[in-house]
Design a protein around this ligand. Structure first.
Ligand SMILES: Nc1nc2c(ncn2[C@@H]2O[C@H](COP(=O)(O)OP(=O)(O)OP(=O)(O)O)[C@@H](O)[C@H]2O)c(=O)[nH]1
Ligand SMILES: [Mg+2]
Length: 283
């Protein structure tokens, strides 16, 4: 499926976003290869600033690569940016690596907002937003599953219709997953299928987390979100629909983490199903 539209009934008391373009979720189906080589000309003319929230837990081997790719992407496209690293006292010393990277790339571009312990992803994002100076927020993983080269496409897509959110999807034409075994692929597909069936948020990849948000929109949605764990990303899209924000999708290629241990196990799957059921009964 490469294109779909979902009508959304306006919320009577919904949060008002000046640029909320109304009642459609829109999917573009643009593949990577169609990036406009002159896109930086369009993008540099505005005064937007992009704050990347990069939560890290035991990512010392991935961090230098992702930071290098991020800075390269932003510099080449002449974009104003900052990368906020939220490290939860990783035992592998990720923060020490982050400090060295800050010296290389500068304090204006690499912002360190560590926390004392592993407090989870949801609160890591809230902590990041509180420290963000950009008017747009990009959320992505630090383990190289999300490639920074997609960021210019997120930005161009956002500008097309002043979307409130642009979300990366593995599950429309042009997107995909690499490096996962069949079990992990089926788990991800199953998680999306069940969530779509129960809550129908209108986007094709609900558990992914590579997204671009207007800052005030993210702030609103995240404060309304109650789930923890894998359900969290999905609930964000349910809330976006509930508040009638405009959402566009772009295809992304997701690659399994380069270094480090995967944490998806039976507990996470059971937690997801329980969280989904709770949401189904409350939203
Ligand atoms: N600050 C912070 N970051 C976290 C926490 N848990 C995970 N992360 C980071 O959040 C991002 C996503 O977590 P991942 O562990 O990659 O989750 P996943 O992609 O579902 O699972 P795997 O990649 O298979 O391990 C990565 O950059 C992690 O380092 C946490 O409790 N606190
Ligand atoms: Mg990962």
């Amino acid at each position: 499926m490469s294109r779909f539209h979902v009508s959304i009934t306006p919320e009577p008391d919904s949060y008002t976003s000046a640029s909320n373009k109304g009642s459609q979720f829109h999917s573009s189906g643009l593949p990577y290869a169609t990036t406009n080589p002159n896109s930086h000309l369009n993008m540099s003319s505005s005064h937007n600033k992009y704050s990347v929230l990069l939560p890290t837990y035991n990512e010392r081997d991935n961090l230098p690569i992702i930071i290098w790719l991020l800075t390269k992407t932003f510099e080449e496209n002449k974009l104003d940016y900052e990368i906020i690293i939220i490290d939860d006292n990783s035992p592998d010393g990720t923060l020490e690596i982050a400090k060295q990277l800050q010296k290389v790339y500068g304090e204006n571009h690499i912002v360190l907002r560590p926390r004392a312990g592993k407090l989870g992803l949801g609160t890591a994002y809230i902590h990041g937003i509180q420290n963000a100076t950009g008017n747009f927020i990009i959320i992505m993983d630090a383990d190289m599953s999300h490639h920074p080269k997609a960021i210019p496409q997120f930005i161009l897509k956002q500008k097309e219709r002043d979307y409130d959110i642009v979300t990366g999807t593995r599950y429309i034409s042009g997107g995909g997953v690499y490096g996962w075994d069949l079990r992990r692929k089926l788990t991800s597909r199953g998680a999306n299928f069940i969530a779509d069936l129960l809550l129908n948020p209108g986007v094709s990849d609900l558990t992914g987390s590579f997204r671009l948000y207007k800052k005030d929109v993210l702030h609103h949605i995240i404060n309304a979100t109650v789930s923890k764990g894998y359900v969290f990303q999905m609930e964000m899209m349910v809330r976006a629909k509930q508040f009638n924000y405009s959402v566009a999708e772009i295809p992304i290629t997701f690659v399994d983490r380069v270094y480090g241990e995967s944490k998806l196990g039976a507990n996470e799957i059971v937690g997801y199903l329980k969280g989904l059921w709770t949401l189904f009964n409350s939203v």
